[in-house]
Structure formats: C-alpha cells, structure tokens
Design a protein. Structure first.
Length: 369
C-alpha cells in the first residue's frame, strides 16, 4: 500500500463526549484515596509485602450509567491478547473475567469493578491499571450511542465518528512504539490482499466452480494478528492520544471480521447451490458476476489506499455505484422462479453487506466521504 509505505496514519476524529474522546482526557496520574478517589490501594491479603488495588470504571470514565462494559467485546479482546497472559478466563454467564498478567492477578466484573492483586507497590498497581484501561478500552460503553467503543471506532454507531473534518496525520517513525503499529498495518495489508484472493475465488464460484474455504481461515488468523499488534501498541504507548491511533486498525479489522462472517455464508450458499446457479437466467447470472466484480475491484482499491483524501472520495463514489447496481439486482431477482428466488436473494443480500462494510472502512480511512 502507498498508505503503509509512507508510514503515515491519521488520528481518529470523534464527537465530543464519545467514550473514545472522553477516554483521552482520563489522566494516568489517577487520584488514590480511601474514600472518594479513582482507586483504593491496600496491603494484599494474598501475598505479604505486596498491594491490592480496587477501582471502578464508572469513576475512571466519569459516568453515572449502570451500563459500563460490553462483556462480549471484553472477552474477545482478552482472547486476542491471551498469548500475553499466563492465565486467562472470561465468563459471559457470570460476568467475570480473571487474568494473570505480569505477575499480577486481575479481575474485571460486569458492573465495572476492577481488582488488581499482588502488585509490587502503589506505582506498580497504578501502571497496571493504566495499561489495563488501554487493553479493554474498546469494550467500554459510550454514553452517546450506548454501544462499546469498538463500534464507535468501526463507524457502526452512526453517531460518534466525525465526518468531513481536517485530519491530523502522524508519521509512525516519529513515535517511540511506532514499529508496533507499523507491524499491525503491514499485517492489515496482507489480510486485505488475502481477502482479494478470496473474492476472486468467489467470482470463480459464481461461474460454477466449487469454492475452497482454506484461505478464509488464513484471513481470520491474519486479522487476529493485526489486533494483537495493535493492542500491544495501545498498551505500551506512553501518550494516551498517540495510543488512540490504534483505533484505526481496530475499527477496520472489526469491520473485516463482519466481512469474514458474510464471506463464509456466501461461500456456503454458492457451494450448496452450484447446480441451481448454472441453471439460472443467463442475464441475471451475468449481472450478478458483474456486480461482484465491481466489489472485488473496489476492495482492491482499499488495499492500496493512500493518505490522499481525494482517492478515498473516488472509491466511495464507486461503492455507491455498486450499491445502485445491487438495488437493481434486488428488483430483478423478484421475477425469477421460486426455486431460485431464495438463493439469489441471499446472494444479493451478502453483496450489499460487503459493500456497505467497505464504505465504513473508507470512512475510517478518510474521515468522512
């Protein structure tokens, strides 16, 4: 990608009071008090000479909402990062997660309570709390859209990502931990290239060939690698504003994982209906292939995206043209025979999901199109 070769990325722009913007104002020098502070530190009962910290996300974020954390997202983030833990458990049913990280036992509860045991001293406990907040940032619920932060970053809440604003660009070579984010973007480039290969296989499937699912699994592994590189960057970057740069690749991979689900469904639909596909109306079949070919081409543009805003606008326009073609296909499918209607309707539905997700990715990269 030109975007990657220049090692340039832009800060995400979010509206005021979005959790991603509010979280940027949370200081690392948190107040410690036995009564009203952000955190309470006391001697650790489990190990003499060490300390235990107790805190609550509602105080840290400054919210009065009883919905503070999305436990499904939290468990996903901890699962991605499990290679960094010596132990990890996360129960959606109980609403409790527990990890062992850097010699400390950390518990997170659904209501936002946090316990850090076996810290060496106050400073060690506070540093662990700061790093933990970076790690679970994406699971904290935004008061504006009432969805977890990762949805805001992915442009899926329709309220928090600012559009048509001047972007502030950053050279990763100038950041102390820039190599970590650079590695994330390199793996993101590889995953997008692999997605284009998968799309080409699907295009062959639309012409009657059985589609292999092997590369789809490789695609999922690459996306998880991007997330791991990004979380390393967000945890270890000293400056909180610089750490927020990680929400660019996190937001993109969140969208691409939705594409992954759609692609899996699309491949299964085609493989199960190859005979029906070959027997469908020639004109409709040709239009289906033409529309998907446009989607393939546009995702190729995404994989080569530059930091130039004009190119993002150009590609967004092509996506909208593809969406219009999809809408016309929806109308034509209504007139096909009943035995083909469900199959072709599902194909068109998956096309639309992939196309709309591509628009969201462009919006993340271009800051509004």
């Amino acid at each position: 990608m030109t975007y990657l070769a220049r090692q340039i990325i832009c800060y995400p722009k979010f509206v005021n009071h979005c959790i991603l913007k509010m979280q940027l104002t949370v200081k690392s020098d948190l107040n410690v008090s036995e009564e009203k502070g952000f955190a309470y530190i006391q001697p650790c009962a489990a190990e003499v000479g060490k300390v235990m910290l107790e805190s609550n996300l509602t105080k840290l974020v400054g919210t009065t909402s009883d919905k503070i954390i999305d436990f499904n997202v939290l468990c996903n983030l901890l699962n991605i990062y499990k290679i960094r833990f010596s132990e990890a458990q996360c129960s959606l049913t109980l609403g409790v997660s527990r990890v062992k990280w850097r010699g400390k036992t950390i518990s997170i509860f659904k209501k936002g309570k946090i316990k850090i045991r076996e810290a060496l001293n106050n400073e060690d406990a506070m540093k662990m709390l700061q790093d933990l907040l970076r790690l679970i940032w994406g699971s904290i619920i935004c008061e504006i859209c009432e969805r977890p932060a990762i949805y805001c970053a992915a442009g899926m809440c329709n309220k928090c990502l600012e559009e048509n604003v001047q972007r502030e660009f950053v050279n990763l070579d100038e950041l102390p931990t820039g190599i970590m984010l650079s590695n994330a973007l390199i793996n993101l480039s590889k995953s997008l290239s692999l997605l284009n290969e998968i799309f080409s296989n699907i295009l062959n499937g639309l012409h009657g060939e059985k589609i292999s699912e092997i590369r789809v699994k490789d695609f999922e592994r690459l996306l998880n690698r991007v997330d791991l590189n990004t979380l390393d960057f967000m945890v270890q970057t000293p400056d909180i504003k610089q750490a927020s740069l990680g929400f660019i690749p996190l937001g993109i991979t969140f969208n691409l994982k939705n594409v992954l689900k759609t692609v899996n469904s699309l491949i299964k639909e085609i493989n199960q209906n190859l005979e029906a596909l070959t027997q469908s109306n020639v004109q409709v079949k040709r239009e289906i292939s033409d529309v998907f070919r446009k989607i393939v081409n546009i995702y190729e543009f995404i994989s080569q995206i530059a930091s130039m805003r004009s190119k993002v606008k150009r590609d967004a326009g092509k996506f909208r043209i593809a969406l219009e073609d999809i809408r016309r296909l929806e109308e034509k499918v209504k007139d096909v025979s009943d035995e083909l209607k469900k199959f072709l309707s599902n194909i068109v539905k998956y096309f639309k999901e992939i196309c709309l997700t591509g628009l969201r990715i462009l919006n993340i990269l271009g800051g509004g199109v």
